[in-house]
Design a protein. Structure first.
Length: 233
């Protein structure tokens, strides 16, 4: 077991958002976190990262209790977070964005400037372009590439396909599938059911801060009516 959430409850001020989420991610797995807008997918990831620490429950990573650790320490422990808002440095070039991430992470490993450019040849071609001049899809690839520079053992991907054109989504899917094939463990939050079902081994469907369904992704791939029911209000 790489990641384990046990009954976590998380609030923004007085507003309770997660009401006891339990989930696990095993080494090498790709797990989908599904659910409509506002059900608590991002908050679950923020709870893991220590960006919005839970007020109850435990987060364990590699059997260590990391509940409430500050984000830099969680990242150092080996969890890479790709936020939904793609905060790249607009004034820095692609290469500089990656270099900053590499220095900040201080976790050497298989991901280097070279291997990241191998995975994303489009970024290699655009290495001198300023981040602010990249397309949405290129920015998403840079955000993922930047997180890989920290050589995470677990990758948290928050809504990677959001706002991207269908062809770009398709290209992104191929890249994430490649990461999975290379053995990287991934937790992916998505409203786009097809996207996450194409990648995930298992899924958790959230509703109003609780787990409404959990099971193999294959179960949902085979049952559109169940998907419709789970994703409805
Ligand atoms: N910074 C915040 N302050 C207060 N409420 C928030 C904040 N961020 C999210 N929320 C609320 O928490 C709930 C869950 O949000 P979120 O985790 O972003 O859901 P999802 O990622 O599934 O769309 C929503 O009702 C949202 O309005
Ligand atoms: Mg979200």
């Amino acid at each position: 077991m790489l990641l384990e959430l046990e009954d976590i409850r998380t609030a923004y001020g007085l507003s309770q958002v997660l009401f006891g989420i339990s989930l696990t991610v095993e080494e090498g797995e790709c797990v989908g976190l599904l659910g409509r807008n506002g059900v608590g997918k991002t908050t679950t990831m923020r709870s893991v990262m220590g960006l919005t620490p839970p007020n109850a429950g435990r987060v364990r990573f590699k059997s260590r209790d990391i509940t409430g650790w500050p984000p830099y320490r969680v990242a150092r422990a080996g969890i890479g977070f790709v936020p939904e808002d793609r905060r790249i440095f607009a004034e820095l070039s692609v290469w500089e964005n990656l270099d900053v991430a590499r220095r900040a992470a201080g976790r050497p490993g298989r991901w280097t400037m070279e291997t990241v450019f191998e995975l994303f040849p489009v970024l290699a071609r655009l290495r001198d372009r300023q981040g602010g001049f990249l397309s949405g899809g290129e920015q998403q690839m840079l955000t993922i590439a930047r997180t890989l520079m920290g050589n995470p053992d677990l990758l948290l991907l928050d809504e990677p396909s959001e706002g991207l054109a269908p062809l770009v989504v398709e290209a992104l899917l191929v890249k994430i599938a490649e990461l999975k094939a290379q053995g990287l463990t991934i937790l992916i939050a998505e409203q786009a059911v097809d996207f996450s079902l194409a990648l995930a081994d298992r899924v958790y469907v959230l509703e109003k801060g609780k787990v409404r369904f959990t099971g193999p992704a294959a179960t949902l791939r085979a049952d559109q009516a169940l998907v419709d029911r789970l994703m409805s209000v």
